[in-house]
Design a protein around this ligand. Structure first.
Ligand SMILES: C[S@+](CC[C@H](N)C(=O)[O-])C[C@H]1O[C@@H](n2cnc3c(N)ncnc32)[C@H](O)[C@@H]1O
Length: 396
């Protein structure tokens, strides 16, 4: 069950007008700001009331306006809503969300409105400290160094200002600068200490949450070209009223580059469900969300322009477990590197389970990448997560 044309007409929401009008020819900041908020612990069963997935589309549009991005389309699955944005993606689960935005978006400016919306629309009583800061289960905010920091708005121009801003909302955050600072290509992380006072079900099942991210720069020009569609010269309307050119081309790019075949479980003979949504920008650029087994996602975003080419991959799929040991993150990484062939890339892997086969495999992953030299390799023991970071460069 790899990507099928049928899925093109299977959106829960689609903005055809926006899809037809997006165009950009300026230098573009591919590297994303990544915000992940866990309002309650995983598998939380405390709240029998509304969840984040009950927030209406027009509310999300208002919240995202503050971030300076728009919703292109959305797919609802049994356990998550996957939004494809004009600048990357938003994934909304019952009690957590992941917002990934690139360009000159102002990600953190949505926090106030987001919390207000949650309190008003969902009647959640978000816990606060006496000085009015939010006590949420866990918050992550991360990004690599920007390619064009001066183009960013206000607080996003430098990490210290972003941390100050986050500290206005949370009182238990820690900030890390990961990797060499002298090369202007390190990676930053802000993470709050897990708040165990947040109410949770007595029999809350501990989740082996893991996230794998690969951030690539200086893509091979031929590989990058596969994500260029050129100026829109067509005057004809899309074949189907439920389709638009951006989504049609996104589908074709996904198929041609085999980005729908990264995980074995998305193949025909798998019994797990697979949903996808992809968009090709004019004249170039690509974004896609893929959802496996109704609750796991992987997302890819590509800025192919020469001079600032960039591609990112992020996944919360526990590949070793879900494939019953047939596939691991090395196979996933090799597939991605083959599609983009970057000159440099960094990867991060978060897991709660230090002893898992996935984490043990990741620790030596560079030994299986003979074309690349390791620049940085760092492990952090963070509260209840372990973080692995590695930066690599192609051998000349
Ligand atoms: C949104 S996509 C993917 C961004 C992503 N963060 C990445 O990894 O590169 C960005 C690519 O689409 C192109 N693009 C074209 N029109 C755009 C628009 N209206 N908004 C954002 N990107 C646009 C950009 O020039 C860039 O090549």
């Amino acid at each position: 069950m790899t990507v099928t044309i049928k899925e093109l007409t299977n959106h829960s929401y689609i903005d055809h007008e926006l899809s037809a009008s997006l165009d950009s020819t300026d230098a573009f900041e591919g590297p994303e700001k990544l915000l992940e908020i866990w309002f309650f612990p995983p598998n939380n069963a405390v709240s029998a009331g509304k969840t984040l997935r009950d927030i209406a589309m027009d509310r999300w549009i208002e919240i995202l306006k503050l971030v300076k991005c728009e919703v292109l389309s959305m797919k609802k699955t049994k356990e998550l809503d996957a939004f494809l944005l004009s600048e990357s993606s938003l994934f909304v689960f019952d009690y957590k969300l992941t917002l990934k935005t690139c360009g000159t978006t102002t990600t953190l400016f949505c926090l106030d409105k987001l919390f207000q919306t949650i309190e008003q629309e969902l009647s959640w009583n978000l816990h606060k400290t006496p000085d009015g800061k939010y006590k949420l289960f866990k918050v992550f905010y991360s990004r690599r160094c920007f390619l064009f920091p001066c183009k960013q708005a206000a607080i996003h121009q430098n990490w210290a200002d972003e941390v100050d801003y986050l500290n206005r909302f949370f009182d238990n955050g820690k900030s890390y600068s990961v990797g060499r600072n002298d090369k202007s290509n390190h990676w930053n992380l802000y993470v709050t200490e897990t708040d165990h006072s947040v109410p949770q079900a007595k029999e809350c099942i501990e989740d082996d949450d893991e996230t794998f991210e690969v951030l690539m720069t200086e893509l091979d020009p031929d590989c990058a070209n596969k994500f260029v569609c050129g100026p829109d010269t067509s005057t004809s309307a899309p074949a189907e009223p439920n389709e638009d050119k951006g989504h049609n081309l996104g589908y074709e790019m996904t198929k041609k580059t085999k980005l729908d075949e990264i995980y074995l479980n998305s193949s025909q003979d798998s019994n797990l469900s697979f949903h996808h949504d992809a968009f090709a920008f004019t004249p170039c650029g690509y974004s896609s969300n893929m959802v496996l087994d109704e609750k796991y996602y992987y997302t890819l975003h590509v800025t192919p322009e020469k001079g600032w080419s960039y591609a990112s991959f992020e996944s919360n799929i526990p590949v070793f477990d879900i494939s019953q040991g047939k596939q691991d993150n090395l196979n996933v990484l090799l597939h991605i590197l083959n599609v983009f062939q970057p000159r440099e890339f960094s990867m991060t892997f978060f897991t709660k389970n230090f002893k898992s086969k996935s984490f043990q495999k990741i620790l030596t992953i560079n030994e299986s990448l003979p074309e690349y030299t390791k620049l940085d390799k760092i492990i952090y023991d963070l509260d209840d997560y372990h973080l692995f970071y590695m930066k690599l460069q192609k051998k000349i």
